[in-house]
Design a binder for this molecule. Structure first.
Ligand code: ADP
Ligand code: MG
Length: 396
């Protein structure tokens, strides 16, 4: 793929340009955006294109909804309102001087007509592309409809660039000029620095709740990393595989064998794989619920593990000491709830100190970046990546 600035600016003027961005922002239980890093990160490309008179169509996914439209655009299921792209996105673009409007569809007459009525420098945001069955299946006919006779396709969704979907990959067969945007270029630049600089010992901290997707990547990180720290929901599956009681914690039972393989692989490749030694358990997924700290191995009483414990925090901090590079994806606990935020907060503060002392610290993932912003340490981190899975996959 070409880079965006290889297109002469005069060729942008008046052209219909589809930009695939990653607006998969974290939201609270009321659907309000809790961290707009991904929207703001998409601004340089969007502003550049609108300033040069392009007619910009934005495509993004938002969460993982069940599709409700077939690839022809016929509605086949009730729309899950929670998965509509938040209207606040329009506000963020508007606040940056861009004339933006949102449509409820990605393909069909309404979209085609809206595009034909656009003036130069205007921006249209299409609805969540994962509402369509053809997106994740990378269906050719859907990709072609999405392309909607655009002149240029700009890929700037780093966070989802590891997925072979219609709006990331398939669409490129139907648009003549395809380029990467400024965010993609920036991400790749920084991640390459990590890959090629004097980076060892290199550590990865992996947590969060997207267990199966991340497990695959841990395997391939094995060749790169010297230490892998496991936390968050991810840790529960590892602990269960070792025969520890995890009560009613989030676990992916079909991944237990996989986890054992990872542990064997770590041993064979001399990678230090660290698991929590103590955890915070809670009666329910709530800040008002009873909670206490137990050592791993003690009974969970059917409660759920929602954070790593203080001894684990100390252990992990000590093990970071000789690391030159630390990559972090996935919170250590349910940091959105104060009672289970200590692990994530302590690790975040520790990493920010290390980053100030010449350790390369890279943090990626929607929720991880949201945590970094919540604890006000973003400016200390070497590179904040808008991708979680994408970042890990690129590095591996
Ligand atoms: P990222 O977006 O950084 O890649 P994920 O999406 O994989 O991270 O996971 C983030 C989510 O994981 C957070 O919303 C957090 O509440 C949740 N989480 C962390 N630890 C646990 C746990 N022990 N049990 C359940 N959920 C957890
Ligand atoms: Mg997430």
């Amino acid at each position: 793929m070409l880079e965006l600035n290889t297109i002469p600016t005069e060729e942008i003027n008046g052209k219909v340009i589809i930009v695939r961005v990653d607006l998969n922002v974290p939201v609270d239980s009321n659907g309000k955006i809790t961290d707009d890093t991904r929207i703001r990160s998409s601004l340089p490309t969007i502003k550049y294109l609108t300033n040069h008179g392009g007619k910009i169509i934005i495509i993004s996914h938002f969460g993982r909804p069940e599709p409700c439209f077939d690839s022809e655009g016929n509605q086949c299921k009730e729309i899950n309102e929670l998965h509509r792209l938040p209207n606040e996105i329009v506000d963020t673009y508007s606040a940056n001087g861009i004339t933006a409007k949102k449509l409820n569809y990605c393909i069909g007459d309404i979209v085609t007509k809206a595009i034909s009525n656009m003036i130069n420098g205007e921006l249209i945001i299409l609805e969540n592309v994962r509402f369509y069955t053809g997106e994740c299946l990378n269906e050719e006919s859907f990709a072609q409809k999405l392309a909607n006779s655009a002149d240029i396709f700009v890929m700037d969704a780093f966070g989802t660039s590891h997925r072979k979907h219609a709006s990331t990959l398939g669409i490129q067969n139907f648009v003549k000029t395809c380029v990467t945007g400024f965010l993609m270029e920036k991400e790749i630049y920084y991640l390459n620095l990590v890959c090629h600089a004097n980076t060892k010992p290199l550590a990865a901290i992996i947590g969060g709740s997207k267990i199966s997707t991340k497990l695959r990547v841990i395997k391939s990180l094995m060749n790169k990393c010297n230490k892998i720290f496991i936390g968050g929901g991810m840790a529960n599956t590892f602990l269960k595989a070792k025969g520890f009681d995890v009560g009613s914690s989030l676990v992916e039972n079909n991944m237990l064998d996989e986890v054992k393989e990872i542990e064997d692989a770590a041993q064979n490749s001399n990678v230090e794989l660290l698991l929590p030694i103590d955890v915070v358990i809670s009666k329910s997924y709530s800040n008002d619920s009873d909670h206490r700290i137990i050592n791993v191995g003690d009974s969970c009483d059917e409660w759920m593990i929602l954070d790593i414990g203080p001894k684990t925090v100390e252990l992990y901090k000590e093990k970071f000491t000789d690391c030159k590079t630390i990559i972090w994806n996935g919170p250590m606990g349910v940091f959105e709830l104060d009672n289970f935020s200590l692990g994530t907060k302590e690790i975040a503060y520790n990493l920010s100190e290390r980053a100030s002392n010449d350790v390369t610290v890279i943090v990626g993932g929607g929720d991880s970046v949201s945590a970094v912003n919540k604890y006000n340490i973003a400016d200390k981190i070497t590179h904040i990546s808008t991708g979680g899975g994408a970042m890990l996959e690129y590095l591996s």
